[in-house]
Design a protein around this ligand. Structure first.
Ligand SMILES: OC[C@H]1O[C@H](O[C@H]2O[C@H](CO)[C@@H](O)[C@H](O)[C@H]2O)[C@H](O)[C@@H](O)[C@@H]1O
Length: 617
């Protein structure tokens, strides 16, 4: 891999921040809408397809669609004065106050119902009269291709090779420089619809969307889905917004993407830019565990089928991640034509971590299947067989060094967390054997479980400092060790748990924000990568959980409050946070982080509120 030098940015540079983006989606793909009314990210037709709007990782030349108050040529597009999701839905409304009045734009993508992808934008006059412009500049293939644009039967098509998008609106537009322009006045009570539909270019044009019906169906879909949540404790809206965002990452095939974006940087101007539009077994399992805790089951049932299709035939050939459709090929490529978010290059698609050995994965998968079963979901015979195959995989591999939960690109090590999760894999299987759910040789399983436990407690523990360590024999700490009480590897009141939590805090926490492992100073390059990164937000939620479970509820509550303040105005979080620049970093919004937020909120409620207040039947 060749790493280009970072682009030097002028101090005056101020593009949209990650937190300026809103997420909308139709469960098969997703778009990011900037606070200035510009859709700067949309992959069609699927999360992991090429983007038609890639302004997020480049400039307007790489594709965007902006609707908002008109501004003089060359002036920056103003940011909306207010934004919110409508109710519990994924319909976002942005409002601009101008000198002549207030205008609102509703943005949403209706879940597919026999039709292809649609992005609908409804402009509403709120007060006075506002001049509005729409500039649609599609650039297919991640911003590389200028389309052929033409009008047909009152519609506008933009076509490039196999791809096409169709724009429908009542307004009269014009084409210039590969973009479709509209300019019109909207007065109080007025409404203008723009609908973009995608279809393969050789097929007949898609049907003209009925925006009113699409709006109603989209609202009804999300309202019904939100209504299934059984969690009723404090911060209901915080939890629900996190869950709605997780749901937006779940494809109807059952596959779950880690985030809808690629290459939002872990360090501004740095090279730690990865594609998260794939289904990590670990991230998916954690997402489903969160949903199960909040009463959602359908997603776990669909994932069981996805899992069987994806790995059921050959579990020993396990990959740590797959494509949305269960495919195995995720070659890591660099898109050299893109300058990257704020100059953070390279922009990557695919993910080289696909070939790694990460021994925590069977543990996370089995834990989630165990939780699913505990929630009343029946495990089919094939799933039970798969669990036993995964345990066999653990038995064959647990003694090996691996690449670990953080997918470091350096030398393999005996990561303590990986071994602990090997223990989880066997322990949860054993629990299912004891409950009569699975039939297996109990004694053999118990012996394997105890052997792993003994190994971890001997080789992954530093007696002098009373802490588990990142890997066997190392002096380093790792935030994944905060999971100790949550996974039940040791009882929460075991002195080794408190010792580890304190040691991790001392080494990796700054003001409540926790790094995954040390990457600065003398540790530069320990993970095989140049540069540094922000605090990893999921780890801060793990700290909340560890404090709560070890009886430090007041500290846990205070930390959770601090972390909630990091959310955007729409309740979203990226993977990481830069405490110095005070801005979000990394792919956005990330399932890991929002799952952590929901889990910690539900755990604190469970530990501090009467049970009947927390979960409805
Ligand atoms: O830090 C290097 C690695 O970073 C990414 O991995 C992270 O994201 C994954 C998806 O959310 C998550 O499962 C993993 O635990 C994280 O460390 C990237 O995907 C890797 O390619 C990269 O080596």
């Amino acid at each position: 891999m060749t790493i280009p030098p970072p682009v030097t940015l002028t101090p005056a540079f101020r593009g949209p921040r990650i937190e300026d983006y809103a997420l909308i989606g139709d469960l098969e793909t997703a778009a990011l809408v900037c606070r200035n009314g510009s859709v700067n990210w949309l992959c069609l037709p699927r999360f992991d397809s090429a983007a038609v709007f890639t302004g997020l990782l480049g400039t307007d030349d790489h594709g965007y669609w902006r609707i908002g108050p008109a501004v003089p040529d060359g002036a920056p597009a103003p940011y909306a004065d207010r934004r919110r999701y409508r109710g519990d839905s994924l319909i976002v409304e942005s409002e601009w106050d101008t000198e002549t009045g207030t205008v609102r734009v509703l943005d949403f993508m209706p879940p597919r119902d026999g039709h292809g992808p649609q992005l609908i934008r409804i402009v509403e006059g709120v007060t006075g009269t506002v001049e509005v412009t729409s500039t649609l500049a599609p650039r297919f293939s991640y911003g590389q291709l200028m389309p052929w644009i033409y009008d047909e039967d009152g519609r506008t098509a933009a076509v490039s090779g196999p791809d096409a998008v169709w724009l429908d609106t009542s307004e009269q537009g014009s084409e210039k420089d590969g973009a479709v322009h509209h300019r019109f006045d909207i007065s109080e009570g007025g409404c203008v619809v723009f609908a973009l539909s995608a279809e393969s270019s050789h097929l007949p044009a898609p049907e003209v969307p009925d925006a009113d019906e699409a709006l109603r169906k989209t609202r009804d879909f999300w309202t019904a889905w939100a209504g299934q949540m059984t969690y009723q404790g404090p911060d209901r809206d915080v939890v629900l917004r996190s869950l709605v965002t997780l749901k937006a990452l779940i494809h109807p095939s059952g596959g779950i993407v880690a985030a809808p974006t690629t290459s939002l940087p872990e360090e501004i101007g740095g090279v730690r830019n990865w594609d998260y539009r794939a289904c990590w077994l670990r991230d998916s399992a954690l997402t489903l565990a969160t949903l199960l805790r909040a009463g959602y089951r359908d997603e776990a049932v669909a994932w069981q089928r996805w899992l069987l299709r994806t790995i059921g035939g050959d579990p020993h050939n396990l990959q740590i991640m797959y494509r949305v459709d269960g495919g195995r090929e995720l070659p890591e490529l660099e898109l050299t034509h893109l300058p990257g978010y704020e100059g953070s290059r390279p922009v990557r698609i695919g993910n080289g971590a696909v070939d790694q050995l990460q021994l925590d994965v069977p543990g996370e998968v089995i834990e989630t299947l165990y939780l699913a079963n505990q929630s009343g979901i029946e495990l089919c015979a094939s799933t039970k067989a798969l669990i036993l195959e995964l345990v066999e995989y653990v038995r064959c591999n647990w003694r090996k060094p691996d690449d670990g939960i953080w997918e470091v690109r350096g030398k393999r090590r005996h990561f303590t967390h990986s071994k602990m999760l090997c223990w989880v894999a066997v322990d949860r299987t054993l629990r299912m054997v004891d409950a009569g759910v699975i039939e297996a040789d109990r004694d053999a399983l118990a012996a394997l479980r105890d052997e792993i436990h003994q190994d971890v407690c001997t080789r992954g523990f530093d007696k002098d400092r009373n802490t588990f360590t990142q890997s066997y024999g190392s002096k380093e700490l790792d935030a994944s060790l905060l999971l100790l009480p949550r996974i039940g590897f040791l009882p929460a009141d075991d002195p080794r748990v408190a010792g580890t939590v304190d040691a991790v805090r001392q080494a990796l926490e700054h003001d409540g924000l926790v790094h995954r492992y040390p990457t600065d100073g003398r540790h530069r390059g320990v993970d095989g990568l140049p540069g540094d990164e922000g605090a990893f937000l999921l780890c801060s939620f793990w700290l909340v959980d560890a404090l709560a479970l070890t009886g430090r509820l007041a500290e846990a509550t205070a930390l959770l409050e601090r972390l909630k303040d990091l959310r955007t105005d729409l309740g979203l979080l990226a993977e990481e946070y830069d405490p110095v620049a005070m801005r979000q970093l990394g792919n956005f919004p990330q399932g890991f982080t929002l799952g952590g937020l929901a889990d910690s909120s539900m755990l604190l409620a469970e530990l501090s509120c009467p049970a009947e207040l927390v979960t409805a039947p």
